[in-house]
Write a protein that binds this ligand. Structure first.
Ligand SMILES: Nc1nc2ncc(COP(=O)(O)OP(=O)(O)O)nc2c(=O)[nH]1
Length: 287
């Protein structure tokens, strides 16, 4: 139906998109909303990344700056200090693609030089220099929708039609990326759950996420342990939101997401195995 690329070439490490793939989150931050401080040393972050691969993660997403609502910006030198040693070690010690979760061009460039094979940019390459960096680096890049800035995005999110507005934004960012020289085969889109959106906005986007398949590129879904899951389930603590997160990501996969960005890899991998077994059952013949 849509000629979505069957794989992503992540700096020589190929990620086949024959089934939904699990992106394990490694936050090397003191203040990430769900696991801040748990892995904020090189050793702890590397150990956590290796653990996620052992649990079945198909790729890892390394982040050095929390983007939770109300988060404070991190200087580029500090972000580099946090993530580069971790990327170097994980790129050497595991064979899965490594993604860098950053919107700073300097961090993108240093991370790819250190062994990252994908850029995950919550600002969709809108920072000065980011489009050129992505074009120069020639690796897949995730373009995510955000309304506003992390510091204030959850104050009063408002849309006339959230699906149409997010679709328009991603269409425009894809156009800008391709005009700057980023190959379409390297583009991934992300609806940006929780980034300037109420729970109602998030659930509307999740329900209609198949609407975005006409953009012709893989879609990433990131709902893991987020506030909306907490609101729907009554689970105050992010670590208690595993079941709700797995349910949301299974729905995202069923509606076309090919990359699932999660904290709880083992639970997500298990859920996808059950889904795959059911999905493999041939449709009844219609004579
Ligand atoms: N592409 C993409 N990247 C993201 N990066 C961070 C977070 C926020 O989650 P987390 O990393 O767990 O928390 P924090 O930003 O506090 O480190 N969510 C997304 C997302 O939904 N999509």
């Amino acid at each position: 139906m849509f000629d979505i690329s069957p794989q992503l070439d992540c700096g020589g490490r190929v990620l086949r998109l024959d089934r939904p793939r699990v992106m394990g989150i490694v936050n090397v931050t003191p203040d990430s909303f769900s696991d801040g401080g748990a892995h904020d040393t090189v050793e702890a972050a590397v150990a956590h990344g290796l653990q996620l691969v052992a649990e079945g993660a198909d790729l890892l997403d390394i982040g050095g700056e929390s983007t939770r609502p109300g988060s404070a910006p991190v200087p580029v030198e500090e972000e580099l200090r946090r993530v580069i040693p971790v990327i170097e070690r994980l790129a050497a010690e595991t064979a899965v693609p490594i993604s860098i979760d950053t919107f700073k061009p300097a961090v993108m460039r240093a991370a790819v030089a250190a062994g990252a094979g994908m850029i995950n940019d919550i600002h969709a390459l809108r920072q000065p220099g980011a489009l050129d960096a992505a074009a120069d680096l020639g690796v897949p890049v995730v373009l995510m929708h955000m309304q506003g800035e992390p510091g204030s995005m959850q104050d009063t999110p408002h849309y006339h039609d959230v699906v149409a507005e997010v679709h328009r934004f991603l269409t425009e960012r894809m156009f800008q990326a391709e005009m700057a020289g980023v190959a379409k085969k390297h583009l991934v889109i992300d609806l940006g759950f929780g980034f300037g959106k109420t729970t109602e906005h998030n659930m509307t986007l999740l329900a209609r996420s198949a609407r975005f398949l006409d953009l012709g590129v893989p879609m990433l879904a990131g709902l893991s342990r987020k506030r909306s899951i907490g609101e729907l389930t009554g689970r105050e603590q992010p670590r208690d939101r595993v079941a709700g997160s797995v349910a949301a990501h299974l729905i995202a996969a069923q509606r076309g997401a090919m990359l699932l960005r999660v904290h709880d890899v083992a639970a997500t991998v298990d859920a996808l195995k059950v889904w795959a077994a059911v999905d493999a059952v041939p449709m009844p013949r219609v004579d």
